[in-house]
Design a protein around this ligand. Structure first.
Ligand code: HEM
Length: 507
């Protein structure tokens, strides 16, 4: 390795400054423009004039293909103090964000915007804490324990929720007889996955019973109060949306009643869990843990399922009857001793295509698309072809779909390849492992696990289980289906236009 005093080795003659792996160190291209005005203009580009994908692609093209760039990220003025980030837009540079030794993630969950603590009973939940914070380790231990201890409840709770959801979908279809048949999946998913999440994590009365029919509306409203600066395409016309959602914070008192109802519900269903915790030695009070459980169940888990399942069904719908028949064959023939009930172990052992389809959907549409973290120290970030110096304290931002659709890592990276992760007879397990290492929806590699000292999702196994169960139950119930898809910023709207019930065990 040669070093020189130049910071822009590309143009500095013979002596080029190189990164530890020998890449030329370049100045980070891009810029932030005129304070206040440029972030406003970028915000309009991002939400309305270009959309995220084109926003990044045009800037990459403008800077000669560089995938590490300085840009302003929304929401910007009035909502976030500083919109300036270094964007990491390829699989290699993105990995810095998964390295907790390099990035500090305190308060970066929602990016440059930090919601009011009053939305969480005054306590910022675990997901807002940095991995080096001792409170992070303590809370993470508790949450990992909860996730592991409830894995046994996932399959039965999912089957119950799936049955209720698709009974309602079928009934809505029957009710639309004669008219053009169309039943929106997202609406049913929003109701039933809240019941599922709470049953899986705590058991006890479902929110739709205990709180009432408007339970999921309360949950979604509370999520909206946290995420409105980052959402778009919800209110029409867009200038009105921009005014309502992207100018000032929605006042927390307008959602306080809903949050109080949700908190009361969790205080009841999680009472035994809270009692157990209170009996041990912990610096986390019962009240703080309760607010953390609300956040875990509604933001982390339910919020994730609400986005993930429509994407999964979207890819299945687009793939069509050929793939449906193959998945139905696996789902119906791969059960274990009790043919009526498919277990997670059955899926793991006997259903390679189901497993592959789920990883492929999570690769193409990681439900949480943005990751942020501040450089703990001065760093050198490497993309595929160049390296860049980042200063301590600068905000790093990764747009994950660009990392997981990187052609330098995956063949046909932008395509849904259902059997991408199936290891063919005589094939190489190593290649699958290499690819899974780049499936990072959980804020960590699919080959890694959540730990006290990292920021990886402790619900990872539960999430993969839910997605696998969704595919299996769908094709045990139906031979095939059709749906229309409307892509939206958070979750695509999936509307079933036909569902063909399974008539035989064999597809
Ligand atoms: C489809 C569903 C889910 C998705 C997409 C998802 C995704 C994620 C992601 C991306 C993060 C890291 C956030 C960041 O710092 O940038 C995360 C953290 C977290 N997730 Fe999940 N998650 C899901 C379900 C769950 C479930 C079921 C649980 C409950 C067991 C859970 C509990 C958590 C917690 C507690 C954290 C914070 C971890 C930490 O700060 O160390 N998540 N999740």
């Amino acid at each position: 390795m040669t070093t020189s005093s130049s910071t822009n080795g590309a143009t500095s003659g013979d002596e080029q400054k190189l990164s530890p792996s020998g890449l030329p160190i370049r100045a980070i291209p891009g810029g932030y423009g005129v304070p206040f005005l440029s972030p406003l203009r970028d915000r309009l580009d991002y939400y309305y004039l270009q959309g995220p994908e084109a926003f990044f692609r045009t800037r990459i093209a403008r800077h000669g293909g560089a995938t590490v760039l300085r840009v302003n990220m929304p929401p910007g003025p009035f909502l976030a103090r500083d919109p300036r980030v270094v964007a990491l837009l390829d699989a290699r540079s993105f990995r810095v964000l998964l390295d907790d030794a390099k990035v500090d993630k305190s308060g970066t969950l929602d990016g440059t915007f930090i919601p009011s603590a009053s939305l969480f009973g005054g306590h910022f939940p675990l997901a807002f804490l940095d991995a080096a914070d001792p409170r992070h380790a303590e809370l993470k231990r508790v949450m990992m324990g909860l996730a592991v201890s409830r894995m046994h409840a996932v399959a039965p709770a999912f089957r119950a929720a799936f049955g209720a959801m698709f009974d309602a979908v079928d009934a809505a279809f029957r009710a639309s007889a004669g008219k053009k048949k169309a039943v929106e999946f997202n609406k049913h998913n929003a109701v039933h996955m809240l019941d599922f999440t709470c049953a899986a994590l705590f058991g006890g009365a479902a929110p739709s019973k205990a709180i009432g029919a408007n339970a999921s509306r309360k949950a979604v409203k509370w999520l909206a109060w946290q995420l409105h600066p980052l959402a778009s395409g919800v209110v029409k016309p867009w200038p009105l949306e921009h005014l309502l959602l992207h100018t000032v914070r929605l006042p927390p008192f307008l959602v306080a009643r809903d949050y109080a109802d949700l908190t009361a519900y969790f205080a009841a269903v999680a009472a035994a869990f809270l009692d157990d915790h209170a009996a041990g030695k912990s610096s986390i009070s019962r009240e703080e843990l309760l607010h953390n459980l609300v956040f875990l169940a509604i933001f982390n888990a339910y919020g994730g399922f609400k986005i993930m399942l429509p994407h999964l069904v979207k890819w299945l719908a687009r793939a069509g009857p050929g793939l449906h028949a193959k998945l139905a064959a696996e789902a119906r023939n791969g059960g274990g001793e009790d043919d009526d009930v498919v277990t997670l172990a059955d899926i793991d052992r006997n259903m390679p295509l189901v497993k592959s389809v789920v990883w492929e959907a999570l690769r193409l549409n990681p439900p949480v698309e943005f990751q942020y973290g501040r450089a703990r120290e001065d760093l050198v970030v490497e993309s595929h072809d160049a390296a860049y110096e980042v200063k301590k304290g600068e905000m790093l931002f990764g747009y994950q779909p660009f990392a997981t659709r990187d052609e330098r890592v995956f063949d046909r990276a932008g395509e849904f390849v259902p059997d991408r992760f199936v290891v063919a007879a005589g094939g190489h397990e190593d290649e699958r492992r290499r690819m899974l290492d780049h499936v990072v929806w959980s804020n960590g590699a699919e080959t890694a696990a959540a730990a006290e000292g990292n920021k990886q999702c402790p619900g990872k196994d539960m999430v993969v289980a839910v997605a696998r169960l969704m595919v299996v139950e769908l094709f045990r119930r139906y031979d095939t289906f059709d749906a229309t898809i409307v892509e939206m910023p958070l979750e695509p709207v999936v509307t079933f236009t036909s569902l063909t019930r399974a008539t035989t065990k064999q597809p």
